[in-house]
Design a protein around this ligand. Structure first.
Ligand code: F6R
Length: 637
């Protein structure tokens, strides 16, 4: 790779390749790995690969398997070393990294079993030190790692080297960070079940690999990537230690790259083309940076902040400020379904037809409520015909404790005469005899799905949604899968397409653009987008607006908001009441960067923060705001 930095990448201390999507990134990376393996075959030498687990490398492994099956890539000369393993988990445990590797890669290729190394999670405590030293020795005996694949955690960890790890750390037993354990809570059905310790290669071990390739997808990784790639080299962001490696490259998709200076504030790295979106971004950024409302920004504010070229193109700060202020002002509406009989030339939603059919997709119960409960309440009160479609049952997110509580309630009911006692008894037995990580039976999963239905119905009623308009699609990809191992297909898309066809909506609301592509939110976004493609030719489609509501992980920044729906204090109260009804989701939501609280606390803080941002930009002061981005081009994502 050439070493000269190009202008756009001048702030990046690790060479970073940004791809339109994760598919193209893994195609390029896998093809490089395949070339290397083949090269070594011709030299009759082994290729030593360092491997990672988690959601991120799944697609890379799928591509390697494809190369094996379709292009004859053999792994006979490959030796592998995995980065880490949960301490206390047997290799056969469904959540162990060893098991993950078997399912995702090893069993599908011709890699000899004796050339595979994954740290053993069951080594006795007093033998761990010696075991780790042996792991290091095995790497050295194999000739060292040629290509090391690493993902990055939201704490900045690589392997399980959490903040505080040193640059020269070696393979060892480590305690997991709270944020990391919370991120793994879904895999383990509750944070309490996530192992507290892991064995991991050290940073020093990783840095000895001849090539390192860091991969990451989705917006939840964007800010930690910025810290790792552009920030100071520091033990509080362990991935930043990669900055001084002689051959490290980062392969990321566009959403993961969004916080890098070249995308976040591109005017700081060189000349830019000032389109409408970028202009709005620059002005709101400047107002925030200068802590001034938009209408009070002066020419000096622009020129002193690398925005002189914007003034050259637009004339003066005065006219630019007014233009952007008006654009922002026009995003605000208390009529998310359009205001009947009003002039709509400057409103985000057309006035006609006065009463619209609205279709809202929620990846799991609670997602739509978090993003837009207040707006749903408004749409219903303003007499639009709202259908709320829960795409998946959400059963995987129900901890056993919640199911147990529901059984005992039903048990009381059964004892009092109605209900099927036998079946409940069986389920109660299963849940009590199940080891913490055993798979749920079909019946138990179904029961957990029913818990989420009950919660979703109760919360919809608070929003005054008519229950016959609350639909549960229970998409097959989810019912047949487990976290990190979902595969969606035509059947899922058909179910969504059929619902769209039957509703012929004037508005569709969805979420998940930019989410990790293997998460439920990411998958459901892509399959709704695929269904929209199918419906493009339908007559209703040309009159249908598509709106993206935000998740707690990525609230819309002001320049991306196309509709801002203010909530009064009373409406915010209704929203919170609605969110509380999803009680099985306590302690299930991943912490966001700034907010460690529960999902509903995060949602409240985000809605209040958006209102504050609008206030600071010089717009009206509201209690809270729900925000939406308009998706104009389905192909774009
Ligand atoms: C996995 C590992 C971890 C993950 C990281 C990101 O072997 O060492 O550092 O790479 O936690 O996980 P995902 O890919 O699930 O976001």
């Amino acid at each position: 790779m050439p070493n000269l930095p190009i202008e756009a990448e001048q702030f990046e201390k690790i060479r970073t390749k940004v791809f339109a999507d994760s598919e193209s990134a893994v195609r390029e990376l896998a093809s490089g790995i395949a070339d290397f393996i083949r090269q070594r075959q011709t030299e009759n030498r082994p290729a030593v690969l360092g491997l990672a687990t988690g959601s991120t490398p799944v697609k890379l492994y799928q591509e390697l398997i494809r190369l094996h099956r379709e292009e004859g890539l053999s792994f006979k000369n490959v030796i592998t070393f995995n980065l880490d393993e949960y301490y206390g988990l047997a290799p056969t445990h469904p959540e162990s990294y060893r098991h993950f590797m078997e399912v995702q890669l090893f069993r599908h290729v011709d890699l000899p079993a004796n050339q595979v190394h994954v740290p053993d999670g069951l080594v006795e405590r007093d033998r761990v030190f010696e075991y780790c030293a042996r792991y290091e020795a095995q790497i050295a005996e194999a000739g060292g790692i040629d290509i090391q694949i690493v993902g990055i955690g939201r704490t900045g960890h690589i392997g399980f080297n959490e903040p505080g790890s040193t640059r020269d750390s070696r393979t060892r037993l480590v305690a997991l960070d709270r944020l990391t354990r919370r991120d793994a809570a879904r895999d383990f059905r509750g944070e309490a079940n996530v192992p507290a310790y892991a064995i991991t290669m050290g940073i020093g071990t990783i840095l000895q690999a001849r090539q390192i390739r860091l991969i990451a997808w989705g917006d939840s990784k964007a800010s930690i990537l910025r810290a790792a790639i552009e920030g100071a080299e520091t033990g509080s962001v362990p991935a930043s230690f990669l900055q001084h490696h002689p051959d490290c490259a980062v392969y990321i998709d566009q959403t993961a790259a969004n916080e890098l200076t070249r995308f976040r504030t591109p005017w700081k790295v060189g000349p830019v083309g000032w389109d409408r979106q970028l202009t709005r971004k620059a002005v709101t950024w400047l107002a925030e940076n200068r802590q001034k409302p938009v209408l009070r920004l002066q020419d000096e504010d622009y020129t002193e902040n690398a925005l002189a070229s914007l003034l050259v193109e637009t004339g003066s700060a005065y006219s630019l400020n007014i233009r952007i202020f008006n654009e922002l002002q026009h995003t605000i509406t208390g009529w998310p379904g359009g205001k009947p009989n009003a002039d709509d030339s400057n409103r985000p939603v057309p006035a006609e037809p006065p009463f619209k059919r609205v279709l809202i997709f929620s990846p799991e119960p609670l997602d739509a409520e978090i993003g837009m409960a207040g707006t749903i309440h408004r749409l219903v009160s303003q007499r639009h015909e709202v259908t709320l479609a829960y795409l998946t049952s959400g059963s995987l997110g129900v901890p056993d404790g919640e199911a147990r509580m529901a059984f005992s309630l039903l048990h009381e009911l059964a004892v009092s005469g109605s209900g099927s006692r036998i079946q409940l008894d069986q389920l109660a037995k299963e849940i009590d005899s199940k080891a913490p990580f055993d798979e749920d039976s079909r019946d138990l999963r179904q029961f957990k799905g029913l818990i989420r239905r009950a919660e979703a119905r109760a919360s919809s009623q608070i929003l005054r949604l008519s229950l016959d308009r609350v639909t549960f699609l229970d998409l097959p990809f989810y019912e047949q899968g487990r976290y990190r191992q979902f595969r969606w297909g035509a059947q899922d898309v058909d179910l969504v397409t059929t619902l769209m066809g039957s509703r012929k909506p004037h508005q569709i609301y969805l979420t998940g653009a930019g989410a990790d592509p293997s998460s439920v939110t990411g998958i459901t976004f892509h399959l709704v987008a695929a269904a929209l493609q199918v419906c493009r030719q339908e007559s209703w489609f040309s009159n249908c607006q598509i709106w993206l509501y935000s998740s707690n992980e990525r609230p819309w920044p002001p320049h991306e908001i196309d509709m801002a729906v203010p909530l009064s204090p009373a409406e915010l109260g209704i929203k919170l009441d609605c969110l509380y009804h999803h009680r099985s989701q306590r302690s299930q939501t991943p912490f966001t960067e700034t907010q460690p609280g529960e999902g509903w606390q995060q949602a409240e803080q985000i809605n209040r923060a958006t209102a504050k941002q609008y206030d600071h930009l010089g717009l009206a002061e509201y209690e809270a705001i729900e925000s939406f981005h308009r998706l104009k081009n389905v192909n774009a994502n």
